[in-house]
Design a protein around this ligand. Structure first.
Ligand code: GLC
Length: 424
């Protein structure tokens, strides 16, 4: 069910943490694609120490970043659980030097810090012997023995898998207090009927009626989560989330130092929120539970930009759109305050078609008042004047300058093209 907190949250952190962080290779896919043998992949368990795992510190960093929710991989496609699941020995307690449940302390630390708790869970499980009992009839996936039945489809084995799947989800949703968001992935091998997604949705709601489900539920989720590729059209639904890696890898891959500059993260973020979305930014912790210093640094720098302008972010709604202002914008819930984002040396901010007069313009970070100049309207055709707001160079923020406009009433926009003067 979509919850208001999610629409207000705007920013989340995503973490891919698992065995793959030991060798610094791709999560799950590395063995599935044969880049490493299954045995060598699983042998990473011996190096998964979590020796410096400090979720309270994680929560502190996320708070300073500005995240209002976080999502941790409880189980990726490899089937290796970060908690003490009784349904499989493939878990951190039984097989790694970490030797303890890692999900509980994470949930607790996030909750204590006021950060909403999200867990990533892969429906499919490439370690479970019954994962390949059946496959969706219309599949165009390339053949893989962990995915395709070896002989005839076997509904009995599939039932067994579903019991396992539901059982693990019950553990996650009942052992650790309230889980606010279940972030699913790996639904593609079977169809909605085979997963019984409708039943799964009901089941999860019985465990927690308030839980939000992402879209990888084949029509039974609550919101779309476009991944990596920046969406141009707006995803359908009342909320959405752009899910993107800080570098080019989901987990810890030390050879990948291609972290996005903070200025670009800010720019992407402001575009996402100006269109009513959230941004879920992914980082890859090391096997000892610490963050890559370069990723941590960027989270904190991002937060330093965000903190002084946070009223233009949290709890806002999509802005006025690019035809009226050529840049990102957001609106307060009462639609009486408009926040404009500008980049580089903004010069004159230029607004068109704004019926509602601007009472006051201020640079949000400094509080400095700016002049509001209006020019050339066509009142006889109902066209409001253009609005120009010069931003002095010394007010330019290296990441994004935010200007607050106090409007004289709820925002009202002219959408037409105007026309000639019929009589003057
Ligand atoms: C892709 C990757 C998967 C990752 C997910 C996160 O599906 O294949 O490994 O967990 O994106 O959205």
């Amino acid at each position: 069910m979509m919850q208001q907190w999610f629409k207000d949250a705007k920013l989340g952190v995503f973490m891919h943490w698992g065995l793959y962080s030991v060798k610094g290779i791709a999560e799950s896919w590395s063995f599935y694609k044969g880049e490493i043998s299954y045995e060598d992949y699983m042998a990473q368990a011996g190096g998964f120490t979590a020796s410096r795992y400090d979720p309270v510190k994680w929560a502190d960093i996320f708070t300073r970043f500005g995240a209002r929710y976080s999502v941790l991989t409880a189980k990726h496609h490899d089937g290796f659980a970060l908690w003490d699941t009784r349904y499989s020995d493939l878990n951190v307690v039984k097989q790694t030097p970490a030797g303890r449940d890692l999900i509980g302390p994470y949930c607790q630390a996030m909750r204590d810090a006021g950060i909403r708790v999200g867990l990533y869970f892969s429906h499919l499980d490439w370690s479970h012997p019954d994962n390949n009992a059946i496959i969706r009839p219309d599949t165009d996936l390339p053949y893989h023995p962990r995915t395709f039945p070896q002989g005839a489809p076997d509904p009995k084995r599939w039932k067994n898998f579903l019991r396992f799947h539901r059982g693990q989800l019950e553990e996650l949703m009942t052992r650790y207090g309230t889980v606010d968001l279940m972030w699913f992935d790996g639904d593609w091998e079977k169809n909605a009927d085979q997963w019984d997604m409708k039943g799964l949705r009901e089941y999860l709601h019985r465990l927690n009626p308030q839980v939000i489900l992402n879209s990888r539920m084949q029509g039974y989720g609550d919101y779309e989560t476009p991944e990596q590729g920046f969406p141009v059209g707006d995803p359908v639904g009342e909320a959405w989330e752009y899910n993107v890696t800080m570098n080019n890898s989901w987990g810890y891959v030390p050879t990948d130092q291609d972290n996005k500059p903070v200025s670009r993260l800010v720019r992407m973020f402001t575009e996402v929120i100006s269109r009513g979305g959230n941004m879920l930014l992914d980082i890859g912790p090391l096997a000892d539970g610490t963050f890559q210093p370069e990723q941590e640094k960027r989270l904190l720098e991002f937060g330093d930009w965000l903190r002084p302008v946070s009223e233009a972010v949290y709890g806002t709604e999509r802005g006025i759109g690019l035809r009226h202002y050529c840049g990102p914008s957001t609106l307060s819930k009462d639609h009486r305050t408009l926040y404009l984002y500008a980049f580089g040396r903004p010069g004159d901010l230029f607004l068109k078609g704004l019926h509602t007069p601007v009472k006051k313009a201020t640079v949000l970070r400094s509080g400095r008042m700016l002049p509001v100049e209006t020019m050339i309207g066509a009142p006889w055709n109902g066209v409001p004047p253009t609005v120009w707001i010069p931003v002095p160079e010394e007010e330019a923020d290296p990441y994004a300058t935010v200007v607050r406009l106090d409007l004289d009433g709820e925002v009202s926009l002219f959408e037409g093209a105007g026309g000639a003067i019929a009589y003057n």
